[in-house]
Design a binder for this molecule. Structure first.
Ligand SMILES: [Zn+2]
Length: 220
């Protein structure tokens, strides 16, 4: 979760600038980065970008078309210049908390289909370090009894502590495994399949825990 890379571009108020001094809000693009740019409901990483002459606090990361990751934040010390070699460091604790919530989202999705029916479809989600939100389609409001059952089944799966597996494969091949994919999402020819063996398969580019037990406990 750390990389060294030259700064390709600095942007201030929508304009490219050569340098940015302490106190300036900027967007920074580097040729390589370990930061996850907000995508698929998962929020962007936070962290720091440190150069020989200055330091930036990254409060958000965005993913733009063409897999371009933009680091958003403020220069806190010194000066950053385009062309500087910088070290990009992701806040590991926040990334780890986000991964717990992301894996919980996959478990919740599978449990919702078990409890409410196969017609349940993911309509959106928000995965952050502190919490997750999962939007889905269903015919009526979920009852308190169903909510308790859903929470119980998610926690059952957490206690099974299964190993997650990530496979990279062709889209057609992945869909043949019965993996859940979002209808509106545009997928490339090669996709990433995140599997909780025997329980859930989803096409997903997000960050996850190694085992379901890492989540600890799930509460609605
Ligand atoms: Zn996912």
């Amino acid at each position: 979760l750390q990389a060294s890379s030259p700064v390709l571009a600095l942007v201030k108020d929508g304009r490219r600038v050569r340098e940015a001094v302490a106190g300036t809000e900027i967007e920074l693009v580097a040729s390589q980065t370990p930061f996850y740019g907000a995508a698929g409901g998962q929020v962007g990483d936070r962290g720091v970008v440190e150069g020989a002459s200055g330091r930036m606090a990254v409060t958000d990361s965005l993913k733009l078309p063409g897999d371009l990751i933009v680091h958003v934040g403020k220069v806190e010390e010194g000066v950053l210049r385009a062309g500087d070699t910088v070290t990009l460091v992701v806040d590991e604790a926040l990334r780890a908390d986000t991964a717990l919530n992301h894996t919980a989202t996959h478990i919740l999705h599978a449990v919702l289909r078990q409890v409410l029916g196969d017609h349940v479809k993911q309509a959106g989600s928000m995965v952050a370090p502190e919490r997750l939100r999962f939007d889905f389609t269903h015919f009526t409001a979920v009852t308190p009894t169903e909510l308790r059952e859903i929470e119980r089944l998610v926690n059952d799966e957490i206690r099974r502590n299964r190993d997650l597996q990530v496979h990279v494969m062709g889209l057609e091949e992945a869909l043949k495994t019965g993996a859940m994919a979002l209808f509106e999402e545009k997928y490339g020819d090669t996709v990433r399949l995140v599997e909780i063996p025997g329980f859930s398969r989803e096409l997903c580019g997000g960050t996850h825990t190694h085992r379901t037990g890492d989540i600890g406990v799930f509460q609605i």
